[in-house]
Design a protein around this ligand. Structure first.
Ligand code: APR
Ligand code: PHB
Length: 381
């Protein structure tokens, strides 16, 4: 079998890249190790930058999004008696869009006409330094012009690069996020990020009838130690009173713990192999940047590949540096917001007072709110 671009991974990166290339008349094959239903069953992020939405529009998959997504002009931060509502649209002219990554994935899968192979076991990539890269898996092989490594943090593509040719930057955080999805109305119209003595909490949502909540928890914790009643009671304790009294609880329909990590691989291109999305970088979820960074990588990579087939190789040469310039800024923002809002017992009382002083400063300074807002709605491509 032969194709122009072999895409490894059918997460948002691989599917969006495949769709944009398909529309440009470029032949692609997607190879995914999991079943389609498994990929669609993963509950992930839910906040889109307007740049991501524009890309989904270009990909022709934004129709349901425009019908169902919620537009958020503000985002809230609650802390020690204070509540700040950041006027995203007033400060930047842009809102953020609430629409689940699961829905984005479904829309992209439904639109794809070219070949996708799910449950491809033992995928390996070969000869990406030469003119004729190859991909093999149990029972098959594929020749191609390029390989797009869209296979997430644990994928095979980044792992296939010799250690001396790649530099990895990593920071782990000593806690995770325990997330619950429930068919209950969101406690607040805006998303609320909560900095509390007992740990961070986040009130998010997927629709007017479906909520997504998170609690900072120790990494040692197990999901089965958190029956629904314990989760709701702990969330209520961390919420400001006005929200705690309004909280509607119900059975969880998904519950999971995710560790927090900052990670960047450099560079993102190795001959004819290009990394994009979680395969190349991870952000802690606090800034809602994971999916949006995957989209901006795909923006740069898809236009570079389209240019290549029109005879211009410049975009492929600069893909890594252009994508990474934006990635590092989002890494900084996600790290900063994580440090501002979470409980770090090892930082002691002084550390906590510094957080509160910074939150008070944020509440009283238009300049500080502007810095937050322009990053939260997404820096320009
Ligand atoms: N062979 C084939 N497919 C693989 C392999 C492999 N060896 N390893 C991993 N995959 C698949 C995974 O099963 C997954 O479906 O690659 C896909 C990677 O998808 P994601 O992890 O979703 O990564 P990405 O598409 O870059 O999406 C960006 O945004 O909200 C964030 O982290 C969140 O997933 C999200 C990300
Ligand atoms: C979510 O809804 O899952 C979500 C929202 C905002 C974040 C992280 C996750 O910062």
């Amino acid at each position: 079998m032969r194709t122009q671009v072999a895409i490894i991974g059918a997460g948002p990166s691989g599917l969006l890249l495949g769709r944009l290339l398909e529309l440009a008349g470029i032949d692609t094959v997607i190879l995914e190790s999991r079943a389609r239903e498994y990929v669609l069953g993963r509950i992930r992020a839910g906040v889109l930058e307007s740049g991501t939405v524009e890309l989904l529009e270009r990909a022709g998959v934004a129709q349901r999004l425009h019908e169902e997504a919620l537009i958020h002009d503000t985002c809230g931060i609650a802390y020690a008696g204070g509540h700040l509502s950041v006027d995203l649209r007033g400060l930047t002219g842009k809102p953020v869009i609430v629409y689940g990554q699961t829905e984005v994935t479904k829309d992209l899968m439904d639109a794809r006409e070219a070949l996708s192979m799910y449950e491809a076991a033992g995928v390996q990539i070969h000869d990406f330094d030469g003119e004729r890269p190859r991909v093999t898996w149990t029972g098959g092989s594929l020749e191609c012009d390029f390989i797009a490594g869209c296979d997430g943090f644990h994928g095979v593509c980044r792992a296939s690069v010799p250690a001396e040719r790649i530099r990895l930057y990593e920071k782990t955080y000593p806690f995770g996020w325990l997330g619950v999805l429930s068919d209950t109305p969101p406690v607040s119209e805006e998303l609320v990020y909560v900095s509390h003595e007992r740990g961070f909490a986040l009130c998010s949502q997927r629709s007017r009838t479906r909520s997504r909540y998170y609690l900072q928890c120790p990494l040692s914790e197990q999901v089965d130690e958190w029956p629904d009643e314990r989760f709701w009671a702990e969330l209520r304790r961390r919420l400001p009173e006005a929200l705690a009294t309004r909280l509607v609880t119900g059975p969880s329909i998904e519950k999971s713990i995710a560790p927090l990590r900052s990670f960047v691989a450099e560079p993102l291109s190795f001959g004819r192999l290009f990394l994009a999305g979680d395969a190349a970088h991870i952000v802690p979820p606090t800034g809602a940047k994971g999916l949006n960074l995957a989209a901006s990588d795909v923006h740069y990579l898809s236009s570079a590949l389209i240019d290549f087939y029109k005879g211009n190789e410049e975009g492929l040469k600069t893909y890594s540096s252009r994508a990474l310039a934006r990635v590092w800024k989002a890494e900084r923002f996600s790290w900063w917001l994580t440090k501002l809002l979470h409980l770090f017992p090892e930082e002691g009382q002084f550390g906590r007072r510094m957080q509160l002083a910074e939150l008070e400063y944020l509440a009283g300074s238009r300049a500080a709110q502007m810095a937050l807002a322009e990053n939260y709605v997404g820096l320009p491509y």
